[in-house]
Write a protein that binds this ligand. Structure first.
Ligand code: PNS
Length: 167
């Protein structure tokens, strides 16, 4: 089994993420979308919700599953039997951080290879943080998140904004 791990925060999953997952699903026997659970960083959506969004968005991809991980990525890759860690590259600005992370992970675990997939140009400007900001201020994020999660993303961030304003 050729298993690829696609790790990230996915807070929430975007159409850019989904495109990478769909392309990876054609290349690997199995793709695990691994959501980092960081006890020190809450995130906008609980990890359980992020996993549910990914599962819904990937329901048409039988060889893709979503899992949560904690701790070091390379430990999780080894435990999951994944020989490849996949990351998307949107622009040169992503490169420095990704290069450093890939080199550190290689040093920690030479058996796990990091591979980069170029994001489609039409997705190159999309980020989860942008989605959160736009939706929090009531903007339309329908071009940025998979349609099946749109209402839930919008509703959750709207509710967060109302709570923050005590309404
Ligand atoms: O979507 P993100 O936030 O860019 O994903 C970053 C992620 C989760 C891939 C990265 O922070 C990670 O792998 N964290 C786990 C801890 C770890 O292994 N750190 C060492 C890599 S430098």
């Amino acid at each position: 089994m050729n298993i690829a791990l696609y790790p990230g925060s996915f807070d929430p999953i975007t159409v850019g993420h989904l495109d990478i997952i769909e392309r990876a699903a054609r290349l690997y026997d199995a793709v695990i979308v691994a959501v980092l659970h960081n006890p020190n960083k809450q995130g906008a959506f609980p990890v359980q919700t992020r996993l549910a969004f990914i599962e819904r968005a990937c329901a048409h991809l039988p060889n893709v599953r979503a899992e949560r991980f904690e701790g070091l990525l390379v430990d999780y890759a080894r435990q999951a039997g994944a020989s490849v860690v996949l990351r998307g590259l949107r622009a040169v600005s992503d490169f420095e951080y990704e290069f450093q992370m890939a080199q550190m992970n290689r040093r920690l675990c030479p058996g796990v290879e990091t591979l980069f997939m170029m994001t489609r140009p039409e997705h190159a400007y999309i980020s989860s943080s942008g989605v959160r900001e736009i939706a929090t201020f009531g903007g339309d994020v329908s071009a940025f998140v998979p349609p099946c999660i749109l209402n839930d993303v919008q509703a959750a961030l709207d509710a967060g904004r109302r709570n923050a304003h005590g309404r």
